[in-house]
Write a protein of this length. Sequence first.
Lengths: 189, 264
Amino acid sequence: MDCVRVSPASAIPLSLSSLVCLEKLTISADLVFHYSDPGFGSSIYAISQLLKTALFLQHLTLNFHFHINSQLQLPHDTKALWYPLVSLVSRSSSSCINLRVKASKLPGFTAISPEIVTSSLASCPALMQMVRRGVLVIIPVMPDPPVPEVNEPSDKSIVTPPTSSGNINDRKQRKWLANLWPFGKPGEG
Amino acid sequence: MSLPDDVLDHILSFLQSDLRALKACSQSHPKFIPLVERYLYATVTLYDNNTISQNGLGTAQFMTLLSDNPHIASYIRSLEVEVTYDLIESVQYLEDIASVLRMCSLLNKITLKQIHSGWAALPEAFRLAFLDCLHLSSMKAVCIIYVYGFPLTALEYAKNLKQLTLRGWTPDHDFIPKRSTYPLLEDLSVQDCGGITLEKIIIWVQAQNLRSLEFLGPCDTTREVWLLQSLLSSCSNSLVNLNLDIWTGCKSSCANHLLKVITN
């Protein structure tokens, strides 16, 4: 077996047909939109071909990161744009497909936000029909929000966290949530 | 009204991943402190520097905490050690971490992340303590993340190991996984491992009951594609859950090539 980069002449396509017990499959992929040859990068079709070999699949999750190769917008012809995805979903043996729409940075490309992608997906009648039938679940995955700054009570509390050996009788150091306290006051329990 | 401890414990168990909420609970009532501790310290990350982990403690503070409250060691189920080894103080930190490792007798999962140096450069006390942890009867999951030269032969005695995660690992020459002596894995995750590693992994998992496989690439060469296919075939009768990430980032070029092959 040689060790050259995969090329049309020498690649060995993957097949999942031998996996007779396979129930759950998760596939992650970058989908890059090319304006010169309109449509998302060929991963969808390649994945579709792979899925044909998964004969007993019950749950499929697609983690797709969408990118565009310029600042251009997605085309309005969503029927044509999403045809490969419609084809993938309709041909899959999985009874339910989770499509997780993500944005991540791919060098040289601009990430398309999950809101824009889901909006475009929602404009595709064939996909929406699949959503209504429960075959497809579209999940926009938003980037993590910035962690809010929380003022720690004091540096001491960081160094010495609450432990069973702490001074639990010093009530002045405790903060009580009077209106939310469901378990009775200390000493009553 | 006062809820029984077991009910409170059950409620707190839902907060395991929310350390901020757990800390707030522990500060809200003294009765909560012993109940919260088992979840607050179930997962611990230690560094070979003064980095503060998510539970608000640095390695030195955690050592002090354990010294004052040794019972906390029995609450630790998952321990992650991140090693940069770029400071002279790292040696002392790692020796402290070795002391923590020796106290943790009920670990389920251990993770070693290394950034710069290889396994052999780490202090002997740390290496021995880490390897001893692998042999705990409670140990179910081991994650080796970019630790050059880590001796996977040590897993030979990890009889109850079920999950293995390997990132950027190249096998030592001694590692010849015989199915009769190495543990039966159920869950395997592989990323950035070379062809030699995959070949040995294939031997290991062949005819085992591997139920879950995560393959995060690379899959850019004919050899890597062939090895992935062989890996899949080696667990064809047991694999239930498969996670493939071979079409993202630089790996996406592989997808384009594969497409052409399939369509030709």
